[in-house]
Design a protein around this ligand. Sequence first.
Ligand code: CMX
Length: 437
Amino acid sequence: MDPLKQRFYEKASALTKEMKALLKEHGQLKADEVTLSQIFGGARGIKMMMWETSELDANEGIRFRGYSIPQLQELLPAGPLGEPKPEGLFWLMLVGEIPTAEQVDWLSEQFRLRATVPEHTFTMLDSLPTDTHPMTQFILAITAMQTDSVFAQRYAEGIAKADYWDPTYEDTLNIIARLPKVAAYIYRRSFHGGQHIAPDPQLDWAANFAHMLGIPDPGFQSLMRLYMTIHADHEGGNASAHTVHLVGSTLSDPYLSFAAGMTALAGPLHGLANQEVIKWIFEMLDELGTRTPSKEQIADYINRTLAEGKVIPGYGHAVLRQPDPRFMAQKKYAEANLADSDIVQVVWKVFEVAPGILNDLGKVKNPWPNVDAHSGAILVHYGLTEYSYYTVLFGVSRALGVLAASCWSRAMGMPLERPKSLTSEWVKNFIKKQQEA
Ligand code: CMX
């Protein structure tokens, strides 16, 4: 057994045993109560699933196994320009321990060794019109690779439930290893005439992805390490993570459950917001006829967007109630590396103006920027201007968290997820009975 798998097995066996004993004794304790408003309001805040890899606090933002983003930047083994290698975050999320540089190098090598994509995936992609949305191509490519699922194969052979975690781990590492190649292929066929770039075996996972996209700047490689780290996980309740969890609970294999999660990420209220933000900014600049709008012009444009009944993309969040630390990490990166970029300056001016306007609406619970408000401007600076591709980058990163969490779900023997739905008739009867009581 490889060292990471061995460590995961030890950790997962111990925690599963501990949780079984806790549940036996305390299983009847109430962890939550649910109001009708929560049921009608998108299940906000209802505690209903286990997710080991990260936890979201409304004010502090995301913590991965207890570590904030600044702490990860301090503690995880880093690339040449100082940003953490996402391999280290994956290790941390999977086993709860900060890895050494040697362990991260071992994992980079694992991803290199497992990166062979079945040829029919490329044949399938090449059969699609090149203007097919990159997220559609991404989802189809993940599904096409499912022919290689170790989980599906072992399940068909008759694997015992206690062993589900093992092929889930194998699929997890294989999928993460292959995604950069597949995602870069989609980018190059969609926007660069199908001129593909071979992987560079000297590079770590994120830097190699940057290389295959065709942007050789070492600054872009470093940005990709940061980007792939901060987008990796956001606890279990967000739409993409929850979808992976739900579909995985049917024992649909990691390829299929991850592809399902990516269909959720492709929605504009979720991951697609990163393309919507930069599209909205470009439209604003075109309409105003300037690359350097004033704060007053931006405020006016925000008000016009709201008057048209649209949301301001990149602002608001279902859980967060402060500026997203993932936004702040990108802002810090931009301040250090590209402070004089026009497009970045626009993002910062929107940050100064939008929260006040959204607050004044009186209904927006969180007027602050989320992760998607900043990423596009930095990508544009490095030459990655094709914004319909941005959600694919998010998706490659998100694989790290949701697949590590899938390993935990299978190791802990999580059952088929099946919450209860209600009819309006039930709600009316329930209210009547409560009033009579
Ligand atoms: N612009 C305008 N109105 C907004 C808004 C925004 N950015 N954010 C919230 N609102 C509105 C909602 O549409 C809602 O209006 P109605 O009552 O008229 O329907 C009201 O404020 C209350 O919403 P909320 O409780 O504050 O927010 P929700 O939890 O319902 O929704 C989110 C959260 C992210 C969908 C919402 O803030 C939004 O649409 N933001 C813009 C899209 C975006 O950036 N999504 C990316 C989120 C991060 C991610 O998942 O990747």
